[in-house]
Structures are given as C-alpha cells and as structure tokens.
Write a protein that binds this ligand. Structure first.
Ligand code: DGJ
Length: 776
C-alpha cells in the first residue's frame, strides 16, 4: 500500500514500511526501511545536520544540503555525494555530471518495457526526476507486494535532448541504510559447488558481488543478504536483495567511515555502456528487496512467496511437478532406443511420471565435441525419430521430455558450416572454447528468429511435455556482428535470450521448461520468469547437496529447485552414500532420478518404488510447503536439518541429514517452528529394519559362537534377522516443539544397540513426520 503525505512517500507491506521524501532542493531523501512503525513525528526519522560536516560540500551551495551524508534514493557524479552513484551518464560536452531533481510522481500500473519482471503488485509508484540542463528524465519505480513483504524497484532514463549520451552505469536501485552493523551473506561457488553461503562482517570499504560471465553465474549469485550481527535463522533483522536478470549483475555495498551503508544493485557496468540516442530510453531490470525482523527463515519465506506468486507464471505456477527420470548420468551419450526403452519400463514400474531424454539424441552427438546447433534427431539411435520414441514412452504411461542447448554451437556442426558468422567471436581473433563449443550470437535478431523457428519445429515434432534448456559455457570474445556499439553486447545477448524464451513459452504453454546451465550457472529470478524450475547443480552427491540446497533456499523456493537421486559412487565426488539419504534430501524440491535403473538390484528397485510413492503422497508439501532451515548447520555440527510445514499447519516433515558419525556426539535435538502452538501433534519416525552386516565383526561380540564374516551363516542371519531400530514417536504440543524441541534417541556410537538407538552411520539421514493429533 502506498500513501503519499505531502512530500513523503510511505510504502507499506504487511510487516514492513519504506519511507522517503523529496526536499526543498529537489533531492529524494531516504528516511527509513524496516519493520512497520507508528509515526507521531516524521522528524524522528530525519538525519540532523545542524552542526555541519567538515569537508562536505553543499548541494548547489544550498544551506544544510549535505548531499554526501544524506540517505538518498538516487545519486550521480558531481553533485557532492562521493559514495558510489546509481548512474554514470557521459555527456559529450559536459562529461559525467548529471543532476536529477524531483519533478513529480504518479501511482501507476505494472511494469513497462521488454525485460522479464514480477507481476501482480498491489501498488506501483513512479517518481519523476529531471535534469533540465541535460534534458534527461529519470523515472524511479517502486512496486509493493503486500503479502510477500517485498518491494521491488527499477529505473528508466529517457533522453529528451537532441544529443546522444552514453550510459556507463545505471543500477536498478540505491538504498542507503543509516548504520553498518551488518554481515553480508553471498552465495558463491563454481561448477558443482553452486551457492555456498559466504559471510563477511562489514567494515568501512566497498564490497562487490558480481558476475562477468554473461550469465548470473555459479560464481556469485545475484542474491545478497545483509543481516544484523545478532540475527540468525529465527530471530533478528535482515534485508534481502535480488535481481530479475540473468546476465552480468553487480551489487555494490559501500560502508563509509561514518558507518553508513549504501547498497546498489543492477546490470554490471563491467564491459558495459549503452548509447542513448535522441528520444531513446533505457530500462533497468527489476531489483527486489525484503526485510524480516524474524530472522533469515522469514526473509527466505518472503522470497519464496514472492517467486511462487509474482515471478513464476503460466500453467505451472503453483502446480505440482512430475517425478522424472533423466537419462544423463545413466547413459551419457551412449544409448540406443532399445536400451532407453528398457530403462523406461523400469521407470514406469517404480512410479516415474516423466522420461527425460538428455544430451546425445541429435546430429552426430556421440561426445561433447560436435553437433550443437544440429537439432535433428539421430535416427541411428532413435529409428522412429522423436515422435516414434515419444509415442513409445507415452504408451508406457509416461510423459516425454527432451534436453536442448540452443544457445550454443560446435564448430563441427552443419549449422556452423552454414553460418560461421552466427557464432560469437571477434573478427581476426581465435575464440576461447568452453566444453568445445562457441556461443550463438543472440544479439543478432536473425539468430534469435532462427532459434525460435527451429525449436518450434522440434517441439511440434512430437508429444513433448518438458524441455530441459541447457547452457554449458561462459561468454568470452564478446562481439556482436550486427551491433553498432559493442558495449551493449552482454545486455543485448540476454535480451535476445529473453525474446526467444518469450516466444517459445507463449507458443508452447503446456511445456514445462526447466532451466539448466551446467547445473546451476544461471539460477536467478529472470530465468524463473520462463522456467518454473531449475536444475540446481550437476553435483548430486548427498553431502555436497546439503550445502548447495541450503544455500539456494535462502532466495529460491522449493518449487524452483530440481533434485535428482543418482548412483554411487557419485560421479562428481566418487563418494558412496546411502540411497535413503540421497532420496531424503532430494525430496526437498522437485524429485527426479538420474541413474541406470536397469543396473540396480531388486532391493534398490523396490526401495525406489517406495520412495516415489511416499514422495507423491506428500508432493505438495515438499514442493510448496513453508520451508525452514533448522538450528544446526553442517559446517558447524555433524548434522543439519530442514523442514517443510503445511500452510494450514496440520503437518510437517523434518529431514535430518548427517555428515560423518563421530563417537561422543553432541545430543541431537530437533526444534520445529511454524506449527500451531496450542495444538497437539504426533512426531514420529517409523522404525527401520537394519541389515546386521553393517555391524561387521561386532556380530561375534553378541553371538555365543563365532561365525565367519560374509560366510554362509553370516549371510543367512543377515537375510532372516533384521532388527528394528530408529523408531520414535512422541506426542507434543506446537509450543513445546518450538521451544523445548524433541531430544532424539541416541545414535549408535560403539556403546550399545537396541530398538531405542538410531543407527545412521556416516551420511545417514531420516525423515520425521509431524501430524496434528486427534487426541487432546
Ligand atoms: C550439463 C547439465 O547440467 C547436465 O545435467 C547434462 O544435461 C549435460 N550438460 C549434458 O551435456
């Protein structure tokens, strides 16, 4: 809800308020952003400047206008604010100076412009600013999402002069916070190590979280959180920021020696400039921010609600997603129809709903050296073509899905031979290669049109219900053959990509598009406008995934996170972990399997059957439940836990995930928030049958006679004698679960075994059910 009181603007969400004003000098002054407050006198929010500031300059020489000390809503070079500016505009005659003054405001409707953006805002405010010497207009947009506690912002510059100016920087937003007692949380990594949480305490200086790879990147995700030093998952103040953009991004945080914090976020000004011709405009991507005074879980939940309701769109919005089998790690490039159908039969048997044919189905693609660009089926592998194969999958009772990587091209491809000029490269230079491939030049509208046409042909050729859209290299050699200004390459590339995706999602509304970029190299809000879910990481190792899924959860909902159970030893780490743990963790999001089902023994197949049936019975909870990170962190403890709570608070599921088992473990206590405090619940974990072989030679310690390990008797006992362990069941009130928690049974650690001992071992895990009890 937006209220305008004289010269003040009050942007209120359910729990937060954002307040700024314009002053007599035409400056936009920021006064407050945080928990909703009642205000008797706005003066309490205003910074007092009666005493002056030593070397500060006065804005336009006006009394008390210490523009370098004020909290502002925008800033540009030359006016006396020496912090990082939101804009850097270069004018051929007067250089970098620009000076935008308040010129009016309007409550307006939704987003303008060609960029993907959020939708369904409750209120939108446009503030107009004008530089009447340069004849430039600056519009600042504020969108309010009441229920989600989110405010988003973007900016537009319009050149109303008769000269060209160059935009060297135009961030989507600037936020000045009044102090600097924050830790900065970023989500960083690399391939197979996406979105690991990094924290640093802010001190005076400038911090940058950015990507220069052409994509939002696995190096640094655009998500940034500032948390008060004493805030944790359940309490304390924190601010979160993200960007609806998939290209090079940059967040700058400047802490001044006087301990004020400025945050800027938007398109990266690295290798960027944009020429604004007479009458032209430039619109930034939308920056998104939220505030929570109830810790990081609430902050993440705000983002989750926002993404599920205002970013993801189309038929799959808030819809349950299918359980899939992906062929990549089970077959790689090496398959034929017969083998695939054998897999598909087992897939159907275990309950898979969607069969996804990954890389290797087209051109002469038998390894990663050729054929990207040649999106015609390889009839040696699939004699009946895609349509014939898809029909067979449909006949088995599953949907059919397909992998593509349309933005890329191999030099060894018919497309490259026909159109070498469509690849991104600088004339006269040897281009860098990534995974043996070049990038297609999406700054060239002809290339985008070709892709829309060719992919439409593929998608129309058979009954496709899902497309995995991959992107396997970073962009170098940035040069667009049809661009007049190469400073626009990176932004125009991503705009070309968005145009292709807009056309395809509009034309194929029934296809579920899953984003992928060597795993999670482009996991951002821009992608989520087209791809309701994203392949989180190529790393499917249980232990690694705990870090990756936890990091991802800070900004992105479970419905966006795709997880697969893969084989062991894991293909990324060679680590062997229990099937149950791989599944338990993969449940938190969209479940898939990625392994050769025909290579599994009967026991594993029936376990997978049970897993899928269990997941389906609670799918909505796992994909759309309110998600919490528990109190323990794997980097500080031997285990961690996550949980999801049904929105009506009738049930919840806790996933307990252990790293290595150590003797003399700290006691495991699980606390669960978000339930009805006065209601009674049953908290339980069904006992599991244990294979006594896991105890190794300890068997000889309890038996009255000695047996040979793995000998006939040992095998026989292990087949017929399976003691129960791990079962626990308690009645507990919601308030007790939150405050006292459940002290779990001890784990086996060399000192005793019985039905009241949990036997988890290294990389063990468990799912605990919580259900409202009928008893009182
Ligand atoms: C990278 C993806 O992340 C994998 O899942 C797989 O699709 C391969 N590309 C195929 O080349």
């Amino acid at each position: 809800m937006i209220t305008i009181k004289d010269n003040r603007f009050l942007l209120a969400t359910k729990n937060t308020i954002y307040i700024f004003r314009h002053n007599e000098a035409g400056l936009l002054i920021h006064d407050y952003y945080g928990k909703k407050i009642d205000i008797a006198d706005f003066k309490i929010l205003e910074m007092k400047t009666g005493g002056g500031f030593g070397s500060a300059v006065l804005y336009e020489g006006r009394e008390r206008q210490y523009v370098g000390q004020f909290g502002l809503e925008t800033s540009s070079p030359g006016i006396g604010d020496f912090r990082e500016p939101q804009l850097k505009l270069f004018h051929p005659e007067t250089g970098y100076y620009s000076n935008f003054k308040y010129a009016g405001r309007e409550k307006t409707s939704e987003t303008i412009g060609p960029l993907p953006a959020s939708y369904g805002a409750d209120d939108v405010l446009r503030i107009d600013l004008y530089d009447d010497v340069l004849k430039l207009k600056l519009e600042l947009y504020y969108k309010v999402f009441y229920e989600a506690d989110v405010i988003s912002r973007y900016a537009r510059v319009v050149n109303e002069s008769t000269r060209e100016i160059t935009i060297e920087r135009l961030f989507s937003m600037l936020l000045d916070l009044r102090d600097s007692d924050y830790a900065m949380m970023t989500f960083e990594g690399d391939w197979a190590k996406e979105r690991h949480l990094i924290e640093k305490k802010l001190v005076s200086g400038v911090y940058v979280n950015d990507a220069k790879t052409g994509a939002s990147s696995n190096i640094r995700n655009p998500l940034v959180i500032l948390r008060r030093d004493n805030a944790d998952e359940f309490q304390g103040s924190c601010y979160g920021f993200n960007l609806v953009y998939s290209g090079n991004h940059k967040t700058m945080i400047e802490v001044t020696p006087l301990k004020k914090t400025r945050l800027l976020t938007g398109i990266n000004d690295y290798a960027f400039n944009h020429i604004l011709t007479e009458g032209a405009d430039f619109i930034t991507p939308e920056a998104v921010m939220t505030y929570s005074d109830r810790g990081l879980n609430r902050l993440s939940q705000n983002f989750h609600v926002f993404v599920n309701n205002h970013i993801v769109r189309g038929r799959f919005k808030n819809k349950e997603r299918p359980v899939l089998l992906n062929t990549w790690e089970g077959s790689y490039f090496n398959f034929n129809e017969k083998q695939l159908l054998r897999q598909a039969k087992v897939a159907k048997e275990v309950g898979i709903e969607l069969f996804v044919l990954d890389d290797g189905w087209f051109g002469r693609r038998n390894n990663d050296k050729s054929s990207l660009g040649d999106w015609d089926v390889n009839t040696k592998k699939l004699p009946g073509g895609l349509s014939g194969f898809a029909r067979k999958i449909n006949d088995l009772g599953m949907e059919f899905g397909l992998w593509v990587e349309p933005e890329m091209i191999n030099e060894d491809s018919d497309l490259y031979r026909a159109h070498p000029e469509w690849a991104v490269r600088i004339p006269g230079r040897k281009p860098a290669l990534g995974r043996n491939q070049l990038v297609l030049d999406l700054t060239n509208p002809e290339v985008c049109d070709y892709l829309i046409g060719k992919l439409s042909e593929v998608f129309l050729s058979c009954n496709i219900k899902y497309v995995k859209w991959d992107y396997n290299r970073n962009i170098t050699d940035m040069y667009g053959k049809t661009l007049a200004n190469q400073g626009e390459f990176f932004h125009k590339y991503i705009m070309g990509f968005y145009r292709v995706m807009s056309a395809l999602t509009e034309r194929f509304p029934d296809i579920l598009f899953e984003g992928c970029a060597s795993g999670g190299n482009r996991f951002d809000l821009g992608m989520l406008c087209f791809f309701p879910q994203i392949w989180t990481s190529d790393n499917t190792d249980y232990l690694e995934r705990i870090y990756i899924q936890r990091g991802t959860s800070y900004g992105y909902p479970l419905s966006a996170i795709a997880n697969h159970v893969s084989s062991v030893p894991n293909h990324q780490t060679l680590r062997a972990t229990p099937l149950s743990s791989r599944f338990n963790l993969a449940c938190f999001g969209n479940l898939g399997y990625e392994l050769d089902l025909t290579a599994l023994d009967e026991k594993s197949i029936s376990a997978i059957k049970r897993q899928i049936a269990f997941y389906k019975s609670r799918r909505r909870l796992f994909q759309y439940g309110t998600f919490y990170r528990g109190r323990e962190f794997i980097d500080e403890s031997h285990a961690t836990y996550f949980y999801v709570v049904e929105p009506d608070r009738s049930r919840a599921i806790v996933g307990y995930f252990q790293e290595l088992l150590h003797p003399a473990l700290k006691e495991d206590i699980i606390y669960v928030d978000g339930l009805d405090e006065g209601e009674l619940y049953r908290f339980y974990h069904k006992p599991e049958r244990i294979n006594i072989k896991i105890f190794g030679s300890l068997i000889n310690y309890i038996l009255p006679f000695k047996i040979k390990l793995n000998g006939k008797i040992h095998n026989l006992i292990s087949r017929f004698y399976r003691p129960k362990a791990g079962g626990e069941s308690y009645k507990v009130y919601g308030n007790a679960l939150k405050r006292a928690g459940i002290r779990l049974n001890q784990q086996f650690m060399g000192t005793g075994f019985g039905s009241e001992v949990r036997v988890l071992g290294d990389f063990g895990s468990a799912l605990y059910m919580i259900e409202k009890s009928e008893d009182k």
